[in-house]
Design a protein around this ligand. Structure first.
Ligand SMILES: C[C@@](CO)(OP(=O)(O)O)[C@H](O)COP(=O)(O)OP(=O)(O)OC[C@H]1O[C@@H](n2ccc(N)nc2=O)[C@H](O)[C@@H]1O
Ligand SMILES: Nc1ncnc2c1ncn2[C@@H]1O[C@H](COP(=O)(O)OP(=O)(O)O)[C@@H](O)[C@H]1O
Length: 280
């Protein structure tokens, strides 16, 4: 029986410009996406019987066909046409519906893992084309590099090297619907896009690009997001912002000690998820 153990990392968005509303109900974006080393753990066992089982056991995440990882595995098993099946178990470490891309990352890891286990030899480009049909952020997790993402997130280019940083993640656990955030956004006709630097000297220069249009919707509705951002800056972060459609706020630090102290100060609130992680 073939078996693989995988680590599926989370992401944060350093930039999220919403450019226009599309006719298919989605929005064209310009994003900068960075992986961090907070990882879900995934085990895949390839089986001779055709059954596909995905178990997660985490509240708010479906087992079976409702799980995005199940859809990823099903696609790969159908492509292979070997009659084999798989047993997949997911241990969630990434908070769910948090703006950290956990589901998309799980799906990307399963696509890459099944490609290997089934000996399909699909290229990363082919896996990314399969991935975008499962979720807009899936191709980024196959691409792996820190990326400038356009379209809905499927057009990816490698960003100039960014200095490594410590990232404090704080999720206050309020429920934010991604569909509601995009729907509520007031778009201007001709959005002016800030020019991006050609290189980044230090963590401060990375924070110079921080901007997330979705905060215009989430901060007025959930003031706690703005409060965490302000606190993070008071505690010495070089920059702080909401990731994706939230509600997780992250702060970037060049100093590990400061990052750990900020996490401690912010994690006093019971029920909040908090972590200090590193950029990948
Ligand atoms: C905001 C981002 C940024 O990385 O990430 P998360 O916060 O989810 O991590 C992504 O754009 C999340 O894209 P995606 O993964 O497709 O979101 P979904 O939850 O599937 O989308 C829910 C709904 O949001 C709207 N939506 C989503 C993406 C997009 N570019 N335009 C949209 O208008 C659509 O109405 C869609 O039906
Ligand atoms: N493997 C998975 N991990 C997390 N969420 C999943 C998974 N499969 C399906 N979902 C569903 O996807 C939704 C979005 O979850 P997630 O990817 O964690 O958040 P986000 O889109 O904010 O990055 C959740 O409501 C959850 O029920």
């Amino acid at each position: 029986m073939k078996h693989l153990s995988l680590q599926a990392p989370a992401k944060v968005n350093y930039l999220l410009d919403v450019i226009r509303r599309r006719t298919d109900g989605y929005h064209d974006l310009r994003m900068i996406m960075q992986r961090v080393n907070l990882c879900d753990e995934i085990s895949i066992i390839l089986q001779d019987k055709p059954d596909l089982n995905v178990t997660c056991g985490r509240q708010g995440v479906p087992d079976g066909p409702g799980n995005i990882a199940w859809k990823a595995a099903r696609t790969m098993l159908d492509l292979a046409e070997t009659g084999k099946g798989a047993a997949i178990s997911i241990t969630k470490k990434i908070p769910v519906a948090a703006g950290l891309g956990g589901g998309s990352s799980d799906a990307a890891s399963v696509l890459m893992g099944m490609n290997e286990l089934l000996g399909l030899h699909l290229s990363d480009e082919q896996l990314m084309q399969i991935g975008v049909k499962l979720g807009a952020d899936v191709p980024f997790f196959i691409f792996k590099n820190t990326a400038l993402a356009e379209g809905i997130g499927e057009q990816l280019r490698t960003m100039p090297t960014m200095p490594p940083a410590w990232v404090v993640l704080i999720n206050p656990g309020v429920h934010v619907s991604t569909a509601w955030v995009y729907r509520s956004l007031q778009l201007t006709n001709e959005k002016k896009l800030a020019k991006l630097p050609k290189f980044f000297d230090d963590v401060n220069s990375v924070c110079g690009i921080f901007s997330n249009d979705l905060e215009e919707v989430t901060i007025p509705a959930f003031p706690v997001i703005g409060e965490i951002k302000n606190k993070m800056l008071e505690l010495g972060a070089s920059g702080a912002m909401m990731s994706g459609s939230g509600p997780t706020v992250f702060g970037l630090f060049s100093d590990k000690d400061k990052a750990e102290k900020a996490q401690q100060a912010l994690s006093d609130n019971s029920g909040w998820f908090s972590a200090v992680v590193e950029t990948l």
